[in-house]
Design a protein around this ligand. Structure first.
Ligand SMILES: Cc1ncc(C[n+]2csc(CCOP(=O)(O)OP(=O)(O)O)c2C)c(N)n1
Length: 330
């Protein structure tokens, strides 16, 4: 596809450092929350993105603040990468008034419209249609804004995925469709759910949508692909599709490691952990003197401090009062 071709221009060092810091921050937030989950103070089902940070960070780095994103149940990384409030996320998981949904939505309903994180929803595929609608509105208003839908490989099996791609292609709407292919839908591997020999991005091409397969654990590759795709959408040419190959390290929902459930092996998880997107970019940066080991360590400490403060603030924040619990319910 000429709209999406591989290019390997070097990014400015400051931008590479920023990508690395953002991934470290998201990892630190999620690992801390996963550790704290055992305290049973967070009562929301929680789908961690640990291992998948490069997709969120690489795509969102290619967006402008007034571009919008939509996500699904695994939305923490998308929310933070688009500039969502960390204390707002943490308080939401603790079910407190200080949360971005005032404690009423939990982990799968993160939204912060002022930074362009419009909605996330646990109903598979639902927000793909809404993202297409947003993008169509941008096209009708003739404003150079782009909408992004993040979704998993499981959402590709929903009817709404196909309706949305068809409509987006026909109307040439400026939507970037980002499939995070982590190989599993809950505990079912791709091989038992989708026909063999047809990659997900090839199905997008069947709708005439330019589509590319990207190493989703290489944030630089994701960023470059997203930059081209976003330019294509913004220019009015229509939708674009990225299939990002990645892997979730923890269980489908919850904080644990789960190689004992019979659907994947420890060897498989270990192989993906070895391809950690943060480790890869850190090694890249150290080898090119883009950052030092001391800087890496201080970024980690800063993130830990920031997350600790967000957790403390969440624990101080009140629970929603019963009196207005129905506010926001339609
Ligand atoms: C319409 C619908 N069907 C089924 C479910 C149950 N469900 C929740 S998450 C999930 C798996 C999703 O897999 P995928 O889209 O690949 O995302 P991942 O969890 O791997 O990030 C399923 C089947 C749902 N939430 N919505």
């Amino acid at each position: 596809m000429t709209a999406l071709r591989a290019e390997r221009a070097e990014l400015p060092p400051e931008q590479v450092r920023d990508l690395l810091r953002q991934m470290i921050r998201i990892r630190c937030a999620e690992e801390t929350l996963a550790d704290l989950y055992a305290e049973q103070e967070m009562r929301t089902p929680t789908h961690f993105s640990i291992g998948q940070e490069a997709v969120a960070v690489g795509v969102c780095a290619a967006l402008r603040r007034d571009d919008v994103i939509y996500s699904g149940h695994r939305c923490h990384a998308h929310f933070l990468a688009k500039g969502g409030s960390l204390p707002g996320l943490v308080s939401e998981l603790y079910g407190r008034e200080g949360g971005v949904a005032r404690g009423r939505g939990g982990s799968v309903h993160l939204a912060q419209p002022d930074v362009g994180m419009i909605a996330s929803s646990a109903i598979l595929g639902q927000t793909i249609a809404v993202a297409v609608g947003s993008a169509w509105a941008f096209a009708m208003d003739r404003v150079p804004r782009v909408a992004v839908a993040f979704f998993g490989d499981g959402a590709v099996e929903e009817g709404v995925f196909h309706e949305s791609l068809n409509f987006a292609a026909v109307r040439k709407v400026p939507v970037l469709l980002v499939c995070e292919n982590n190989l599993y839908s809950t505990h079912s591997p791709l091989s038992v759910r989708q026909p063999a020999g047809i990659a997900i991005h090839e199905r997008a091409r069947a709708y005439g949508i330019p589509a590319r397969h990207v190493d989703g654990n290489d944030v630089l590759a994701v960023y470059r692909a997203a930059e081209q795709a976003v330019a294509y959408c913004r220019g009015g040419a229509g939708p674009c599709f990225l299939e990002c190959a990645t892997y979730r390290w923890r269980e489908h929902v919850g904080p644990l490691w789960d190689y004992d459930r019979g659907y994947r092996s420890k060897a498989e998880v270990d192989a993906w952990v070895a391809r950690c997107p943060i480790k890869r970019l850190a090694e890249h940066c150290l080898a090119r003197a883009i950052c030092t080991a001391d800087e890496l360590e201080s970024w980690r400490r800063e993130c830990q401090q920031e997350v600790a403060e967000a957790v403390a603030a969440a624990k101080r924040s009140p629970f929603p009062s019963g009196a207005d619990i129905l506010q926001g319910v339609y």
